[in-house]
Ligand binder design. Structure first.
Ligand code: SAM
Length: 284
């Protein structure tokens, strides 16, 4: 018998409508600029960025440390949009079971391979999108860096709440996750990138939905460097929807020649800023 709780259908909010339009405009821009058919798995070229650090390493930030505070050993955790298991795998050590919801096959493959390396056996993986999935409630629902592209955001959020027995912990950056790539758009595509909703929009939305949340700052962290110039070109091509070998690919390589700086472990865009994440949590 299903123990899923009924999902309350929330009203559409003013912020939700603006959010929807923002996401649509960003997607329209991506589709217009894209030089070849969209890949069937957007996350494939960058999936390696979303795995946890080596077992025993503390990693670049304190997200897992903070999330642990919401968990008791007998709890279950649902990680919505788990990526390569960056949070799901280390959290598995502190609870009885983690369910990772992850629609990208490339991400799921990373997650499963990494769980094996970590010797973690209490993580199960579901491949549907959050909007479509049927899953039982868990004690803690984690959703990190996923809502930015969500449409019908009020339903997405309401479903997170209805699937948490205790707490929802939503993690968002202060500024758009792809901010560091934005200056390349003007240099290569000749236009400003439309950026997705982020923390201020989430806060506005939760207030309109009468969800009373707490804010916990997390340590800021800077993305892992590109290991080589070639990797920088290939990741930036995919982020900017550029076909390898095209005229724009040459423009991108020139732009990167001027903007990559050598750092410990590889190369970074000279203007790259650290990401500032927050946990936004509320009681179910
Ligand atoms: C930026 S990654 C973040 C991964 C992970 N939460 C982390 O913080 O490392 C976003 C992930 O959300 C997943 N995602 C995007 N839309 C989703 C949806 N509607 N339902 C479930 N997962 C989704 C993507 O496949 C991707 O793996």
């Amino acid at each position: 018998m299903s123990v899923e709780r009924e999902t309350h259908q929330p009203n559409v909010t003013i912020t939700g409508l603006a959010w929807q339009r923002n996401v649509e405009l960003e997607h329209e821009q991506s589709d217009r600029i894209r030089e070849e058919a969209a890949s069937d798995d957007f996350w494939k070229p960058v999936a390696q960025r979303f795995v946890p650090p080596e077992k025993g390493d503390s990693g670049p930030d304190n997200t897992v440390e903070q999330l642990k505070e919401f968990i008791e050993p007998k709890d279950t955790v649902l990680d919505v949009g788990a990526g390569g298991g960056r949070l799901a795998i280390p959290l598995a050590e502190y609870c009885v079971q983690v369910t990772a919801v992850e629609p990208s096959q490339a991400m799921r493959e990373r997650l499963i391979a990494t769980a094996r390396v970590w010797d973690v056996e209490n993580v199960s993986v579901l491949s549907d999108r959050w909007e479509d999935i049927e899953v039982a409630p868990h004690d803690l629902v984690v959703c990190a860096h996923v809502v930015y592209t969500a449409t019908h955001i009020e339903h997405f959020i309401a479903k997170l709440t209805s699937h948490a027995r205790k707490t929802v912990a939503l993690i968002s950056f202060e500024t758009p996750a792809t901010s560091n790539y934005v200056p390349l758009w003007k240099l290569v595509h000749g236009e400003d990138r439309i950026t997705l909703p982020t923390l201020p929009n989430i806060e506005e939305l939760l207030s309109e939905m009468a969800i009373w949340y707490r804010k916990t700052p997390l340590e800021s962290w800077i993305s892992r460097p590109f290991v080589s110039r070639d990797q920088a070109i290939s990741e930036c091509e995919s982020r900017l929807f550029i076909t390898p070998g095209s005229r724009k690919s040459e423009m991108l390589a020139d732009a990167l020649d001027d903007s990559l700086v050598e750092v410990d472990g590889g190369y970074r865009l000279g203007w790259a800023e650290p990401h500032r994440p927050w946990i936004i949590s509320w009681n179910a």
